[in-house]
Design a protein around this ligand. Structure first.
Ligand code: NAD
Ligand code: DAU
Length: 331
């Protein structure tokens, strides 16, 4: 098998490439990535020559076409991914997430290549804190931010290309990931690295927002299961029953790092901030026999903290520009 993984030098993409490199020792992987501020070739440095990197844009049809020789399946992770950035400047989100996905679809259509499209639970909007319902693949789309609206649009493009042109695609919508190699702009690594730098974590609003945490390794095993055994045209939700509010998560990080649980700052809320996400992954579990490995969030978080502690050379270059952006936003 020769896979092309768009966005494979980013957080989840590189965790997925590492997972495939370990679990499928005879597969070759072409990582196709523009190396934006969120992509880093260092994320793939420990992998063998079975993994190669093409530095190019998914919005560039000629470059993409050139990378597809011998490729049997494309896993499409590449995207602009950070909600706060999408509120500050939506255009890169519209361009990469919509035009980029369109370009990927046209490329796989021309060559009859299998596609798996990676998406997010944010396309479904948010839930009330006490809503007994959780997201399934029949929940209506109701995105809130420019980021989630462009991901919702990209999902709809994929479905249209399946139905109208017979593209052999599957889709997955996953909840919030954590683990190694996550950019320090995101919640968990931002708080860990703030503490490592001797500052205090920053909690948006009242800290009551709930996220449904899953380890990036479990997201990866879910994607591999769908690639190998998923039904074409189907959407699978990936989640590991990891609901927790942000206040509890910040307190847990502080405690695991030996600090007082109240040693954080309340900061201005994110506009349009989604209240709660919660995934029902029954279809993936029962149809494809997938189960998450990281069921103990506290243990997964402790290992993630250890990883950031051990790799300051990886995250330090990201830290100052990220905090400068947050300072402009007052968050
Ligand atoms: P990330 O921001 O860490 O990485 C994105 C990668 O895409 C980077 O390597 C970047 O260089 C690359 N990229 C961006 N624009 C590109 C372009 N125009 N051409 C080529 N490459 C480009 O993102 P992530 O958190 O790893 O998310 C990966 C995917 O998973 C995204 O599609 C995202 O919507 C989805 N997702 C993320 C989460 C999460 O919790 N982070 C949850 C569910 C789904
Ligand atoms: O649900 C899946 C989505 O999860 C993915 O599609 C996105 O790509 C990914 O970025 C993530 O989106 P969120 O907006 O939920 O993630 P973020 O890490 O930005 O924030 C998580 C929660 O923490 C959210 O409620 C906002 C809050 N937050 C965030 C930061 C950066 C804080 O309270 N303080 C912070 O400093």
């Amino acid at each position: 098998m020769r896979l092309l993984v768009t966005g494979g030098a980013g957080f989840i993409g590189s965790n997925f490439v590492r997972h495939v490199h370990r679990e499928r020792p005879d597969w070759e992987v072409v990582v196709y990535d523009r190396l934006t501020y969120a992509g880093d070739r260092a994320n793939l440095a420990d992998l063998s020559e079975r993994v190669t990197l093409v530095e190019a844009d998914i919005c560039d049809p000629a470059a993409l076409e050139g990378a597809l020789d011998g490729v049997e399946a494309v896993i499409h992770f590449a995207a602009e991914t950070h909600n706060d950035n999408s509120l500050q400047s939506p255009w890169p989100f519209v361009h990469t997430n919509l035009v980029g996905t369109y370009t990927v679809l046209e490329a796989v259509r021309a060559r009859g290549i299998r596609l798996h499209h990676i998406s997010t639970d944010e396309v479904y909007g948010d839930l009330a804190l006490d809503d007994p319902a959780t997201f399934t693949d029949t929940t209506p789309y109701n995105p809130s931010s420019p980021y989630s609206a462009t991901k919702a649009g990209s999902d709809l493009l994929v479905r249209a290309w399946v139905r109208s042109f017979g593209v052999a695609a599957t889709l997955s919508n996953c909840s919030n990931n954590y683990g190694p190699y996550q950019h320090v702009e995101k919640f968990i690594p931002r708080q860990i690295t703030e503490i490592l730098e001797g500052r205090r974590p920053k909690l948006y609003g009242a800290g009551e927002n709930v996220r449904d945490w899953i380890h990036a390794e479990d997201h990866s095993s879910g994607v591999l299961a769908i690639l190998e055994r998923g039904r074409i045209g189907e959407t699978y939700l990936i989640g590991a029953d990891g609901e927790r509010n942000n206040l509890d998560t910040v307190r847990l990080i502080l405690t695991l790092m030996g600090r007082d649980g109240d040693d954080f700052d309340w900061v201005k809320d994110r506009p349009g901030h989604d209240l709660r996400y919660a995934i029902d992954a029954t279809k993936l579990r029962s149809e494809l026999g997938w189960t998450p490995r990281y069921r103990d969030f506290e243990a997964g978080l402790a290992a993630t903290i250890d990883w950031y502690r051990a790799h300051p050379e990886w995250w330090r270059p990201q830290k100052a520009p990220t905090e400068a952006r947050y300072e402009e936003l007052g968050r």
